[in-house]
Structure formats: C-alpha cells, structure tokens
Write a protein that binds this ligand. Sequence first.
Ligand SMILES: NC(=O)c1ccc[n+]([C@@H]2O[C@H](COP(=O)([O-])OP(=O)(O)OC[C@H]3O[C@@H](n4cnc5c(N)ncnc54)[C@H](OP(=O)(O)O)[C@@H]3O)[C@@H](O)[C@H]2O)c1
Length: 411
Amino acid sequence: MIADRGAPLFDSGNTRDYNHATDSNYKKLRAEADALYDKRHKLSQQLQLAYKLGDGAKAHELSEKLKKILEQAEAKNRQAAEYVFRENNTDSAEDEIDLHGLYNSKYKLSNGYQIPVAGFGVYTVPEGETFELVYEALVQGYRHIDTAYFYKNEEETARAIHQFLKDNAHVKREDIWYTTKLMNTTNGYENTVKIVEETAAKVKKYIDYVDLYLIHSPKSDRETRLGTWKALQEYVGNPSNKTLNIHSIGVSNYGIKHLEELLNWDGLLVKPVINQLELHPWSPQLKLREYLVKHHILVEAYSPLTQGVKLNDPELLQLEHTYRIPKAEILLKWSYLQGFIVLAKTAKKERIAQNLNVLPKESNTQDALDVSSHLGKVDLDINILDALNKPDSHEICTWGGEDSTLYEDPK
Ligand SMILES: NC(=O)c1ccc[n+]([C@@H]2O[C@H](COP(=O)([O-])OP(=O)(O)OC[C@H]3O[C@@H](n4cnc5c(N)ncnc54)[C@H](OP(=O)(O)O)[C@@H]3O)[C@@H](O)[C@H]2O)c1
C-alpha cells in the first residue's frame, strides 16, 4: 500500500482538526496525488530491478521519471494540504512558520508553547561528558535537549545550555527547549515534590525554568500516578509558593488506559501536552497514536534508532543498499515523516550533525505548506516509508523488552 504522506504530518504535528476535510475538492486532489504515488511505486520496483541487473542507463532513465512524478504528486498533495489549511486555519501567520520541515521547525502544543521537532537525547551519556556533548549539539543546531533525573545529567545539561547562551547572545533562553523526567520508580505526590525540588536545586541557577517535565513511566498504581500528576500540575504557571517554574507537563510510556485514567480524573487541572514513547518501524503504536491525535497530545519518539538493536535488520540493510542512504538516516527520516518530535542520542560528536542533517537547513521555497518536500532531503522517501510501514507491533528495544504502555497495576 502506498503511504498517505500528507495527513499524518499535519495531524500529528499540529493540533488542528482536519476531519471535516472531506469535501470533493480535497478528495479529488488527494486521489490524484495517490494515483501518482501508485505510478511512482511501480516505477520504483522497476528501478530496483534495473539496479539488480546492473543496467545503469535504464536506472538513470527511471530515476529521472520517478523524480518528475514525485514532483507532480507532491504538488497535488501540497494543493490538498493548502486547501485544508485555508479551510481550517484560524491562527496567526506565526503558525505558518512552524509548518516548515526544516531542522529548526517547531510544533505547537495544546497549551500554545512551541517545541522544536529535532531533539537531542542524553540517556546513557556519562556524567562528565554531557556538558561537552550538549554544548556541541547546540552548536550544530539542536535546540531541544531531553534529559531525566534517572540519567544523572540534568545539571550538566542545564549548565551546557547556560554556557551556550552566554557565548551566543543572539540565542535566547526561550529558543532552547529543556525536558526532564521524574525518577521512573518513584511516582506519588510526596516523591514527586522531592524529585522536582532536587531538579530545581540542580538546574534553576542555569536555566531558570523547565520547559517540559514528564512522568517517566506509568509503572505504579492509579492513586500513585494521579498523586504524581497532582504534584506536577502545582508547578505549572510559575506559582509563587513553588521553587521551580515548569511550563508544560506530560507523560511518557503511557498507554490508552493510563491516559483515560488521567483525562477522566476530576482533579485534572493541567492537561498533558506530550506522550513520549518508544517509536520506530518495529513499534509504530498505531492505535495509541490515533488516540493521542484525537486528544491533542503530541507524540515524541524516543529510541528512534532502536538503541542500535535493529541497525542490522536485513530489511533495513537492503534499503540502505538500494537507496544508498545510511541506515540511521533512514530510521530518523521515517520518524520525522511520521510527524513525531524525534529524540536521537549519540555520544559521538561527528554523528550529531549527521543526525540533525536529516532535516534540511534551508528552505528552497517560501511555501510554508511544503512540508513533505522539505522533509525529504533525498529522493525516494515514499518508498522508504512503504518499505518500513509494518503492521502494529510492539517490538520494544528498551525497558528490558517490556512495553510500559501495556503495564497493568499489580493486583
Ligand atoms: N522516556 C523513556 O522511557 C525513554 C527511554 C529511552 C530513551 N529516551 C530518550 O530518547 C533518547 C534517544 O533514545 P536512545 O538513547 O534510547 O536511543 P537511540 O537514539 O535510538 O539510539 C542511540 C544509539 O544509536 C547509535 N547512533 C546514534 N547515531 C547514529 C548514527 N548516525 N549511526 C549509527 N549509530 C548511531 C548510538 O551510538 P553512539 O552513541 O555510539 O553514537 C546509540 O548506540 C534518549 O537519549 C532519551 O533522551 C526516553
């Protein structure tokens, strides 16, 4: 099946409701785009065959044809997206900037804050190395860093941001996004207050406020989870009786039942804006993502490179061989094209730029709606998506292989 590349990007990247985009103009444009993608799919099979047979001339001819068809398909897709955008857009022009699929793109959260789409994760980055690595990530262009109490580098991360801001006066604190998470084994009201206070002591001197604080995992029980949320929401909005100002709060590894529990809770004052999940082609979490879109909760993809576990998967290696794109880039590209906020980690300085450069640095066009073509730095995206679109599955590479979204309370 040909991937529908327009809808997921817009739906998950922006909290607009496109459901009523069912009129005939929109449908016609999308059908025309789909027909072109179908045509392209067939041509790409021929191209693969030409590569296999070593027929360079034929491969060249086919790849030129493919390029043209992709351009036509994307133009149709763009017109369809533009049509829907105009129908639905009630926001200011500022939002249009956010639709660029560039490395410095931002997605708008349901509370109005804007989060950079490219995130740099620091899980397993040792103490003593985090400062330098985060500083380098900021130099390379990352504006979003993901840490956690558990990673033991909340403070170093904050210190690197502070130093970078000091050295680069044109970059403001509000340009950089700092996420941290609670200790994953200490949910509950009192524990949460304790951990947040510890975070405050470590980071406030450097970054003043925390952009996003997440519950790391639902593991505990209903009362404990809701106690955690009760404590977290007391820190939102800079209350004068609290030591830390947290702009947004969210969850991680939450399944539908945990979200239902929270969203239906009568003590809910601040809604979760994000669910951070293990997401990659072997764990696409389709049902859960559908639920999140419906509830305007954005999706952050952690372990988009599967912590390296699937980097030698035969299908992935075949794609790398066919398209001559490094496998890590293929996985990151897949993730961005799903519309996720992507958190990638590397402890190797030279890989920072490589991972970030999956998103282009400059736009060739002024068209803010041209998301798909900006995201596709190299051609043949649609085939990569197709090849990696798998049925819903939960092949978890973290947490000892356990899918925390399926966590059941102990009886
Ligand atoms: N909420 C949660 O429960 C949770 C769980 C896990 C992770 N996270 C967050 O998500 C972030 C990313 O996930 P992750 O750290 O688990 O794993 P990941 O980003 O999927 O994978 C990191 C692994 O990929 C390798 N790698 C990175 N870039 C590469 C490249 N260009 N080519 C080849 N290999 C490459 C890294 O090796 P090198 O370091 O040697 O480059 C490392 O072994 C974490 O740092 C953390 O912030 C959250």
